[in-house]
Ligand binder design. Structure first.
Ligand code: SF4
Length: 281
C-alpha cells in the first residue's frame, strides 16, 4: 500500500529527465531548497536559502509525470539532507514507484544518511567533499541549530557511514566527489590521502560566481577593481590532462578514480583488475 506522509517540502526545482545526474542512467531530479554551506562555485545559488513550501503530494505528482522516461531519481539541492523528514518521505514514495534513489550531498548531516541507508531508501550516494578553500566556513545565515558541528567532522562521519554500508552491500553505489580548481590541488590531495578506498571522482570545477561578481563590480564602478583572488578566478578550469596528472599523485592504491570534465564526460580508471578496465562514458 502506498505510504505518503503529509509533510511540507522546501522546494527548489524539478528536472523531468536528466542524463547527467546519474552517469549511465536516465533520472528525474528534485532540488530541495536550503544549504548551510556557501561554496564559491555553487551552481544553485538561487536555492541556497529562502522558502518555497510545497505539499509533498505536489512533488510526488511531478515524479509520477516522469515515470515513463526514467529509472531513477536524484535528490539534489541545496543540501537535500537538510530536510531529513521530507527527503525520507520522498525517497519512500520514489521506491514505491520502483525508482532507484540517488542523493547528491555535501555530507553535513550524517544521521540522515544513516537513516536512509538503514531503511533501504537509497541506492547511490555521491558525497561532495568540500575543501576549506571553497569557502564553506563562511556560512552567513540560518541553520544555527543544525550546523553547530564543524563541516569536516560531519563529512568524515558521513564518509564512514557510507563506506561501511557500501562494503557491506547495503549501499550499491558510493563515490566521493572532489571538485578541483587550480589552487586547491594541495588540499584535495591531502584529503584524498585520508579517505578510505572508495571510488573518487575528480571533478572539474568552474568558478562561475567569481566571474559574475567581477562583471558586476566592473559595471558599478566603471573601472574594475580586481583583487588577487578575482584575477586568479579568471583562469579557465583545469583540463582533463591536468586533472589526470593530479589523479596520478593520489598515492593510496587500490581504488577507482573517475575524472569528470565538461569536454570528456567521465573517464574511469579502475584499480581492481577483476573489474572493467579504464573506460570512458
Ligand atoms: S554544498 Fe552544494 S548547494 Fe551548498 S553551497 Fe556548496 S555547491 Fe551550493
Amino acid at each position: 500500500m502506498e505510504t505518503v506522509i503529509r509533510v511540507q517540502v522546501n522546494y527548489g526545482g524539478f528536472v523531468y529527465v536528466s542524463t547527467k545526474d546519474w552517469p549511465g542512467r536516465s533520472v528525474c531530479t528534485v532540488f530541495l531548497r536550503g544549504c548551510p554551506l556557501r561554496c564559491s562555485y555553487c551552481h544553485n545559488v538561487a536555492i541556497q536559502a529562502g522558502t518555497n513550501e510545497l505539499d509533498i503530494g505536489e512533488v510526488i505528482r511531478k515524479i509520477e509525470d516522469s515515470l515513463l522516461l526514467v529509472s531513477g531519481i536524484i535528490f539534489s539541492g541545496g543540501e537535500p539532507t537538510l530536510q531529513g523528514d521530507a527527503l525520507a518521505a520522498l525517497a519512500r514514495a520514489a521506491k514505491e514507484r520502483e525508482l532507484l534513489v540517488g542523493i547528491q550531498t555535501n555530507g553535513y548531516f550524517p544521521d540522515v544518511l544513516a537513516h536512509l541507508i538503514e531503511e533501504q531508501l537509497v541506492d547511490r550516494i555521491a558525497l561532495d567533499y568540500k575543501t576549506r578553500w571553497e569557502g564553506y566556513s563562511r556560512r552567513t545565515e540560518g541553520y544555527a541549530g543544525a550546523t553547530e558541528e564543524d563541516y569536516s567532522r560531519q563529512a568524515q562521519r558521513s564518509v564512514q557511514i557510507c563506506e561501511k554500508a557500501w562494503r557491506e552491500g547495503r549501499l550499491p553505489e558510493f563515490e566521493i566527489v572532489l571538485t578541483l580548481f587550480w589552487e586547491n590541488e594541495k588540499e584535495v590531495l591531502s584529503i584524498a590521502e585520508t579517505l578510505p578506498r572508495v571510488p573518487i571522482v575528480l571533478n572539474q570545477g568552474i568558478r562561475k560566481r567569481f566571474w559574475k561578481e567581477w562583471e558586476l563590480s566592473r559595471k558599478e564602478n566603471g573601472k574594475p577593481y580586481r583583487s588577487e583572488s578575482e584575477v586568479k578566478g579568471e583562469r579557465p578550469p583545469l583540463t582533463y590532462d591536468e586533472l589526470a596528472k593530479i589523479g596520478g599523485k593520489i598515492t593510496k592504491l587500490g581504488r577507482t578514480i573517475k575524472i569528470r570534465t565538461a569536454d570528456t564526460g567521465e573517464v574511469i580508471y579502475e584499480s581492481d583488475r577483476n573489474r572493467w578496465i579504464a573506460c570512458k562514458r
